[in-house]
Design a protein around this ligand. Structure first.
Ligand code: P6P
Length: 331
């Protein structure tokens, strides 16, 4: 009987094959532990939100924290103890968090987190996710300098997400293949479930909030119409980025969150964040045969100008994305 490797076995294999990757292997192990803890709390939070909203006490008479606050505090405090990171940026933090780390693990890396993307979906039992992006620390800068987070996505050394759904899955890449692990809750172990993932050539779905269609720029409207009426893609939109991304990575599909101009000013405002959502997912796609763009730029090539910068997003199957790339801006 073939034995499916655990995450630990997989990472030890990576370490044997790439000794220089030791720090990243240890970081990935720590992120998996964070994912297990948030997975447990996510399941309990569902119960807690039925029995008492955040800010109240739950059936164990414990203070019920908002789950995204809990996830953010956990990421900060857990990673501070590992010494791997000098700083962390979070969608939940206005400024960069200094994690020191220089004494212990050398603080050679920085990490950007969306601790719990889509957390508004908890109360309706829809999948939510933790998204992470790891860069090397830049030299000759203070530990918490924002510049560490203004590196283009192609410089990431590790990126991925943990998706808390009908099962908890961890998907990540060190830049040589994209791998999915599924959590066996009874053992508390992640097991390899998909190795070296590739986006299928057939573009099965398109994922967009079509309520915003009339606010898109002409090119994005044309592309949505092309996907729906010419390619005949099915519509699938969960409203939780990690969940929509994960489904499309497996089935083939295009995810769009274009800029919207709701005031008729001609300014198409993006929603999703470059550092916390777009860059990590673009990195995964790049290593799974996909492509991610922000208007006419490849997301991995964009040098952020602000830690919380937002970008329009169109990403998925490379062949279909090439069609988007050929469409004129003012199509
Ligand atoms: P809308 C969740 O709030 C989120 O940040 C992403 O996870 C998701 O893709 C998007 O916003 C949904 O936004 O405007 O369609 O509700």
């Amino acid at each position: 009987m073939a034995f499916t490797p655990t995450l630990t076995q997989y990472l030890l294999g990576q370490l044997a094959a790439h000794p220089d990757r030791k720090d990243l292997v240890l970081i990935m192990s720590d992120l998996a532990t964070i994912g297990k803890i948030i997975s447990r709390e996510t399941n309990r939070a569902g119960l807690a939100s039925i029995l008492g909203a955040a800010g109240s006490t739950n059936i164990q008479d414990e203070e019920v924290q908002k789950l995204d606050v809990f996830a953010n505090e956990l990421c900060k405090n857990y990673l501070r103890t590992t010494g791997h990171f000098c700083a962390m940026a979070s969608e939940e933090e206005d400024t960069v968090v200094d994690l020191g780390g220089e004494g212990k693990g050398g603080g050679k890396y920085v990490i950007a987190f969306d601790p719990l993307d889509g957390s508004s979906n908890i109360d309706v039992n829809v999948s939510i996710g933790t998204i992470f992006s790891v860069h090397r620390r830049l030299p000759d800068l203070p530990t918490a300098a924002p510049e560490h987070f203004l590196q283009p996505g192609k410089e990431q050394v590790l990126a991925g997400y943990i998706l808390y759904g009908s099962s908890t899955v961890l998907v990540f890449s060190f830049g040589n293949g994209v791998h999915e692990f599924t959590l066996d809750q009874s053992l508390g172990e992640f097991f390899l479930s998909r190795d070296r993932m590739q986006v299928p050539k057939k573009c099965k779905y398109y994922s967009v909030n079509e309520a915003n269609f009339k606010y898109f720029q002409p090119r994005d409207q044309k592309f949505v119409t092309y996907l729906r009426d010419e390619l005949g893609c099915g519509a699938r939109y969960i409203g939780s980025f990690a969940a929509d991304f994960h489904r499309n990575l497996i089935t083939g599909g295009i995810f769009l969150y274009p800029g919207v101009d709701k005031k008729g000013t001609g300014e198409y405002k993006p929603k999703l964040r470059l550092n916390f959502e777009a860059k990590p997912m673009a990195f995964l796609l790049a290593h799974a045969g996909g492509l991610a763009m922000a208007d006419s730029e490849e997301i991995l090539a964009i040098k952020p100008v602000d830690v919380h910068q937002r970008v329009p997003i169109v990403m998925g199957n490379k062949e279909v994305m090439r069609e988007y790339a050929t469409m004129k801006k003012d199509a």
